[in-house]
Design a protein around this ligand. Structure first.
Ligand SMILES: Nc1ncnc2c1ncn2[C@@H]1O[C@H](COP(=O)(O)OP(=O)(O)OP(=O)(O)O)[C@@H](O)[C@H]1O
Ligand SMILES: C[C@H](O)[C@H](O)[C@@H](O)C(=O)CO
Ligand SMILES: [Mg+2]
Length: 487
């Protein structure tokens, strides 16, 4: 009897785009195929920036239908998305509103308000999670109280999508940790924090680890949309958690940089690091798959490039912008790319130019100058954070694995290697989807563990190495560190 090759489907939805990837294990290599891709983004409606969750559900169904049409009758599937955002569901299982996007202005100033009642030190000791004003904790703090009163369940975005497909509701821990309400010690939502935001722990579906089998897609959906028989597995549903699983982990003391809309730079720990230095540097201990912790820092990332591209009426592809940047001289201006003013400005190009004027620096004008300004300062920020990481962990990181769409930017990879003085391994760009697949394969017994999964990744996908170039950039880094300390 012909052994059926198991087919795995990753639904990976980031802030800027989503995709359904189909994977098979053949000749000890992971074969990956992008079956369906779609744009994602938020729009302003009913007083807030919101995600179009019905559109995401529809795109998933379209992608699954394509898989069935390609002849696959039986698959497993995992869903990962961005963090912190949630859907409010009433007792009948109906959505109370389209989810508010984390970049919405509603949480501005919320950290200050909430931490006047509960100290930052208390919250960080409890949760080990970075202070970002859009964390779920602050979103619930400012949430419509009438809506919360009608809420039976609060579901994180990927859990909600799994619920729509299967009718089963869970709260997967890697994403639950980004709420800044999960207690490191108890491994449960902290009642003291929930009380501050008028929420009860019973309003969250049960907590489950990555790799839990959720259930079959509802027969009614399979029939109505002509879908393959699909078993849904709750993977590491925070996309960054999946990206970390999908990182090849090359190098002795390696760190990762998940480079997409956000740049998430950090390392994988087996115990959380929520001490004084980590608190002062606002590092986070997001939960990872299989009992690990993602000790990392959020950096504004390629969100800035995405906005520049859009504001240039999408006349240039990302690759063309990177090429134009490569024709410019780096470090013409120093920019603290993590400045909150770049989180959701009305016009990113104008915001960048205003910043350079205010700091009396050369103002980037052309697409190449703008892109180089962003890439060069992202690389400087990464290099600075690697030094911070060395200091907190008290050991020297020797290798950086850059994954995600940003790993396609050769200029950025090379600048990062040189400024950080570490070897950079770039790729795979689809690490998030790959990590999603790896957890499914472990759950289904196709591979034993993440360590072997990472070996499979290293053997299956092109990974480029960048070594530090000896030049004068180390002085630039020192100058940059002084600059961002003052700005
Ligand atoms: N060929 C390329 N050349 C230059 N930049 C690229 C290229 N491909 C992707 N990128 C960069 O990668 C970014 C998208 O990365 P990625 O696909 O990992 O993000 P995403 O999954 O869509 O969103 P999120 O980061 O929220 O998960 C783009 O914004 C772009 O800046
Ligand atoms: C808001 C989160 O920090 C953000 O989603 C980031 O963690 C992420 O998931 C990037 O894709
Ligand atoms: Mg992504």
């Amino acid at each position: 009897m012909l052994l059926m090759t198991k087919v795995f489907v990753a639904v990976d939805i980031g802030a800027s785009s989503g995709r359904l990837m189909l994977a098979k294990l053949e000749n000890n290599q992971l074969q990956l195929q992008e079956v369906h891709r779609f744009k994602n983004g938020f729009t302003y409606s009913q007083g807030h920036d919101r995600w179009n969750i019905d559109n995401l559900i529809n795109e998933i169904l379209i992608g699954l239908k394509k898989i069935k049409q390609a002849g696959y009758d039986q698959v497993t599937l995992g869903i990962d998305t961005w963090a912190v955002d949630y859907v409010l569901v009433d007792k009948k299982g109906n959505r109370l509103q389209d989810p508010v996007a984390y970049r919405d202005a509603r949480t501005q100033g919320s950290i200050k308000k909430l931490t006047s009642q509960l100290s930052k030190e208390y919250i960080y000791k409890k949760t080990g999670i970075q202070f970002l004003d859009f964390n779920t904790l602050y979103q619930l703090y400012v949430e419509d109280k009438n809506l919360l009163a009608r809420t039976d369940k609060i579901m994180m975005i990927p859990d909600y999508l799994g619920y729509i497909l299967t009718g089963k509701a869970v709260t997967e821990v890697t994403n639950a940790s980004t709420t800044q309400m999960l207690s490191l010690r108890e491994g449960l939502f902290d009642d003291h924090l929930l009380e501050k935001v008028n929420v009860k722990s019973s309003q969250f579906p049960k907590l489950v680890e990555a790799g839990t089998i959720l259930g079959q897609i509802k027969g009614s959906l399979v029939e109505q949309y002509n879908l393959p028989a699909t078993e849904v597995i709750t993977v590491a549903t925070h996309d960054t958690a999946s990206a970390v699983v999908g990182t090849p982990g090359l190098g002795q003391r390696w760190a990762y940089l998940s480079s997409g809309t956000w740049s998430l730079i950090g390392t994988e720990l087996n115990v959380p690091e929520n001490g004084k230095q980590a608190f002062e540097q606002n590092y986070t201990n997001e939960w990872g798959a299989y009992g690990t912790y993602r000790f990392l820092k959020n950096i504004m990332g390629l969100w800035i490039i995405q906005n520049i591209k859009h504001e240039l009426d999408d006349r240039y592809s990302f690759a063309e912008l990177a090429e134009l940047a490569g024709q410019e001289v780096p470090f013409q201006q120093l920019i603290n790319v993590n400045d909150e003013r770049f989180q959701n400005p009305k016009n990113m190009i104008k915001e960048l130019q205003a910043y350079c004027r205010e700091t009396r620096q050369k103002v980037p004008q052309t697409p190449g100058e703008l892109a180089m300004a962003v890439y060069a300062n992202l690389a400087l920020y990464y290099a600075n954070e690697l030094e911070v990481l060395d200091h907190i962990l008290n050991y020297r990181i020797d290798t950086l694995n850059i994954v995600g769409g940003g790993s396609n930017v050769t200029l950025l990879n090379q600048l990062t290697a040189t400024l950080s003085d570490v070897d950079v391994y770039a790729g795979p760009s689809k690490a998030t989807a790959i990590g999603n697949i790896i957890v499914q394969m472990i759950t289904k017994g196709e591979i034993l563990n993440v360590y072997l999964g990472r070996q499979l990744i290293a053997n299956s996908f092109p990974i480029k190495k960048f070594v530090p170039q000896k030049d004068q950039s180390t002085q630039v880094l020192k100058h940059y560190q002084r600059f961002i300390a003052e700005h």
